[in-house]
Design a protein around this ligand. Structure first.
Ligand code: WT7
Length: 662
C-alpha cells in the first residue's frame, strides 16, 4: 500500500466545511450540555418529531438501577415519523428504500409514499387477522423488502416485533417465541442464499411444533411469498399467504397510526448473555426513536442526497437501528441487500455501491477481512467515487483491515467512523463525529451525546467502591449516564436486568467490554471481559453452547472459550470430557457440530473440538476457563505458576496444551 501510516487522520477541509458538526470545540460544547442538562438537550431534538400529544417531562428515573423513562406523557408513533411525517416534509417522492435481491434483476425502489402504502396494507392485513396493540409477534424473515415493511406495520398498530435472525435454528426460534409469548409469526416461503433457494418455512413449522409441546399455541403464521414456484406446504387452519390477503378488495391503503405512549414497547431483541438463556432486550418507542435519529444524523453526517448502505442483517440490532429506523426517521434513502458479499463474485458490495451511488457505507471488520483477501481487481473494477464516509461496527477493527478499507474502499479521503455500541444501547455510544475530530485507527474515539463512559478497575468484593482507572490503564468499560435509546428492561426478567448490568459496578451500567482511554480522551475497546465470544460480529454466550453440548449422551463436561480467528475475529474452541462408553473421535466431533447447528444455528458451530481426560479446575471445582483460553489461543506458555497454583490438579494443563488442536 502506497500510503504512509499515521497516528491521527484528520478529515479533509472539503469534508469539514460541509459537515453537520465542524470542530471538536463544537462537539465538546454539545456533549457538555447533553451531560449537564440532558432534558434541555434531548427535549430540543425531540421537537423534530411528530407528537400526537407532547411530553410533560423529558426524563425521570433511577439510573443506578436501570429505571429510565423518557418523554413522559408524550404520545407518538415511530412508523408515522418514519413515513407520514417525511411525506409531510415534502419527501413523498423521494426514494426511501432501495432493495437489491440476490438475483441482480430483482431490484426495487420504494418512494416514501409507496413505502407508506405497503406498510398500511400489511398493517391492515395483520389487524384483520387479530394482531393487536401489545401483542408480541415474531418475524423470521430474511433480508427482503417485506421485512422493514412488516416491522413498520407492527410499529404502526402497536404490535411488538421480535425479529429472529434467519441463521437461527427452529429450536432457537421456538425458545425466543416462548420467552416472549409470541403467538403470531411472519415468515417467508423461501429466499436466495448463494444461488440456492432456502426453505425458511420448514424451520417455522418445526418451531411451532416445539412451542405447542411447551404449551404455547401459535395461532397464525403469515407467509410472505418471496419465491415464485417454490412449493412449501401450508397448514390450512394456521398459515396465511400474505400476498393473497393483500389482494383482497377490503384491504385499504390507509391505516391510522396508533397513538403510542412514549414508553410503550416497540420491539424485543434477543441477544446472548453469560448464562445459557438469551436475553430479551426491550426497547420502547420515543427514546429509541430520538436516539437512533440523532446518532444517524451526526455520526453518519447525514445529508439529504445521501444513499446509505448498511450491510448488517436486520435480525440484529444494527439492522434495526441503521437500515430501518435511523435512516427513515431522517428521511434518508436506505439500501437493503438480500444476500452475501461474495455472490455471484466477491465484489457484490462494491457493485451495489457503484450501482446505487452509495455515499455512506457501514459494515463490519469481519466483512472487510474476508474481502481484502481476494484479488484487488474485484474492488478496482468498480467506481466507488460516490462514497464520502465509511463505518465499522461489531468488533475492534485491526489496523490492517482499517488501512485496507481506508485506502482501497475510501480512496484515502473518506473518514471511517468506528462505532462502538451493543444491543442493549439501542444506538451507537462511542464513535468519531467525522467532521469534528481526527481518527486513530483502532480507536472508537469519543462518546456520543448523552453518553458518559468511564473505565473502572475490576472489583474483588461487593463492598469495594468503584474506582476509576488512570489514563491508558485497561479496565471495565461502564456508563455513568443514561441516554434515550437504552433498553428499559429484559423482557419478563426484571431481576436479571438489574443483576446483569447494575451490580458489577454499583451505580454504573456495566457493558461487559474491556477498554482504556488515552491522553486525548479516545476510547480503545479491547474486547469482552465476560463469557461472551464475538464471532464475525455476532455475539454468542459460551454457556449457551456448553448447555447444548452437555445434552449429548457422550458428553460429561464441556467448556467453550473463544480464540483468535483471522477472518471471523474470534471462533469457538471446545473442550469435551466424554463419558466412558464414547470415544473422542471425528465421528463424535461431527455429531456435536450438528447438534449445535440444530439447537442454535450455523453461526455457533465450533471451529475446534478437543477431547480431554479432565478439565483444569480450582479447588472448589470450577473450571478455570482463563487457562483454557490461553491454550486455545496458542499461548499456553503464558500460563504461569500463579495460575497453576489455584488448580486442584495442575499436572493436566501440560497434557491439554500438548494435545491442542492447531
Ligand atoms: C458487542 C456488542 C451493536 C453493534 C453490533 C453488535 C462488540 C461492537 C464494536 C466496536 C469494538 C465492538 C463489543 C460489544 N463491539 N462494536 N466498534 N469496537 N467492539 O451488537 O451483538 O450486542 O454486541 O460487540 O464487544 O459489547 P451486540
Amino acid at each position: 500500500m502506497a500510503t504512509e501510516r499515521k497516528d491521527m487522520y484528520l478529515p479533509e477541509r472539503e469534508f469539514v466545511e460541509q459537515a453537520n458538526i465542524q470542530s471538536r470545540a463544537e462537539y465538546e460544547r454539545m456533549w457538555k450540555q447533553s451531560i449537564e442538562d440532558p432534558e434541555t438537550f434531548w427535549g430540543y431534538i425531540a421537537k423534530d418529531f411528530h407528537w400526537f400529544k407532547p411530553w410533560v417531562k423529558v426524563y425521570r428515573g433511577e439510573p443506578e438501577i436501570g429505571d429510565n423513562e423518557w418523554f413522559i406523557g408524550g404520545k407518538t408513533n415511530i412508523s408515522y415519523n418514519c413515513l407520514d411525517a417525511q411525506i409531510e416534509k415534502g419527501r413523498g417522492d423521494k426514494v426511501a428504500l432501495l432493495f437489491q435481491g440476490e438475483p441482480e434483476a430483482d431490484c426495487k425502489r420504494f418512494t416514501y409514499k409507496e413505502l407508506l402504502k405497503h406498510v398500511c396494507r400489511f398493517a391492515n392485513v395483520l389487524k384483520k387477522n387479530g394482531v393487536k396493540k401489545g401483542d408480541r409477534i415474531a418475524l423470521y424473515l430474511p433480508m427482503i423488502w417485506q421485512l422493514p415493511v412488516v416491522m413498520l406495520a407492527c410499529a404502526r398498530i402497536g404490535a411488538v416485533h421480535t425479529v429472529v435472525f434467519g441463521g437461527f435454528s427452529a429450536e432457537a426460534l421456538a425458545d425466543r417465541m416462548l420467552a416472549c409469548g409470541a403467538k403470531k409469526l411472519v415468515t417467508t416461503n423461501g429466499y436466495w442464499r448463494g444461488g440456492k433457494k432456502i426453505n425458511a418455512k420448514a424451520n417455522v413449522d418445526r418451531a411451532c411444533m416445539l412451542c405447542a409441546s411447551a404449551g404455547l399455541t401459535i395461532d397464525d403464521v403469515f407467509v410472505v411469498d418471496r419465491m415464485v414456484d417454490f412449493d412449501v406446504p401450508y397448514i390450512v387452519y394456521r398459515d396465511t399467504s400474505l400476498s393473497k390477503e393483500l389482494m383482497l378488495e377490503e384491504i385499504s391503503d390507509f391505516c391510522p397510526a396508533e397513538k403510542m405512549d412514549a414508553e410503550d414497547p416497540l420491539f424485543i431483541m434477543y441477544t446472548s448473555g453469560s448464562t445459557g438463556k438469551p436475553k430479551g432486550t426491550l426497547h420502547t418507542t420515543a427514546g429509541y426513536m430520538v436516539y437512533t435519529y440523532t446518532t444517524f444524523k451526526y455520526i453518519f453526517d447525514y445529508k439529504e442526497e445521501d444513499v446509505f448502505f448498511c450491510t448488517a442483517d436486520i435480525g440484529w440490532i444494527t439492522g434495526h437501528s441503521y437500515i430501518v429506523y435511523g435512516p427513515l426517521l431522517n428521511g434518508a434513502t436506505t439500501v437493503l441487500y438480500e444476500s452475501v458479499p461474495t455472490y455471484p463474485e466477491p465484489d457484490r458490495f462494491w457493485h451495489i455501491i457503484d450501482k446505487f451511488k452509495v455515499t455512506t457505507f457501514y459494515t463490519a471488520p469481519t466483512v472487510i477481512r474476508s474481502l481484502m483477501n481476494r484479488d484487488i481487481k474485484w474492488v478496482e473494477k468498480h467506481d466507488l467515487s460516490s462514497l464520502r464516509l465509511l463505518g465499522s461496527v461489531g468488533e475492534p477493527i485491526n489496523p490492517e483491515a482499517w488501512q485496507w478499507y481506508y485506502h482501497y474502499v475510501g480512496h484515502d479521503h473518506c473518514p471511517i467512523v468506528d462505532t462502538w455500541w451493543q444491543t442493549e444501547a439501542g444506538g451507537i455510544l462511542i464513535s468519531a463525529i467525522p467532521g469534528a475530530m481526527g481518527l486513530k485507527p483502532g480507536s472508537a474515539a469519543l462518546p456520543f451525546f448523552g453518553v458518559k463512559p468511564v473505565i473502572l478497575r475490576a472489583r474483588n468484593s461487593g463492598d469495594e467502591p468503584a474506582e476509576e482507572a488512570e489514563v491508558n490503564e485497561k479496565g471495565e468499560l461502564c456508563l455513568a449516564s443514561n441516554w434515550p435509546g437504552i433498553m428499559r428492561t429484559l423482557y419478563g426478567e426484571p431481576e436479571r436486568h438489574i443483576s446483569g448490568y447494575y451490580t458489577q459496578q454499583p451505580g454504573y451500567f456495566f457493558s461487559g467490554d474491556g477498554a482504556y482511554k488515552d491522553e486525548d480522551g479516545y476510547f480503545w475497546i479491547t474486547g469482552r471481559i465476560d463469557d461472551i465470544v464475538n464471532i464475525s460480529g455476532h455475539r454468542l454466550g459460551t454457556a449457551e453452547v456448553e448447555k447444548v453440548l452437555c445434552s449429548h449422551p457422550g458428553v460429561v463436561e464441556a467448556a467453550v472459550v473463544g480464540y483468535p480467528h483471522p477472518v471471523k475475529g474470534e471462533d469457538l474452541y471446545v473442550y469435551v470430557v466424554t463419558s466412558a462408553e464414547w470415544e473422542g473421535n471425528d465421528a463424535l466431533r461431527d455429531e456435536l457440530k450438528n447438534l449445535v447447528r440444530q439447537e442454535i444455528g450455523p453461526i455457533a458451530i465450533p471451529g475446534k473440538i478437543q477431547f480431554v481426560q479432565e478439565m483444569p479446575k480450582n479447588r472448589s471445582g470450577k473450571i478455570v476457563r482463563r487457562i483454557l483460553r490461553k491454550i486455545a489461543s496458542g499461548v499456553g506458555n503464558e500460563i504461569d505458576a500463579s495460575m497453576l497454583n489455584i488448580l486442584a490438579e495442575p499436572g493436566i494443563v501440560k497434557i491439554i496444551d500438548k494435545e491442542r488442536i492447531v
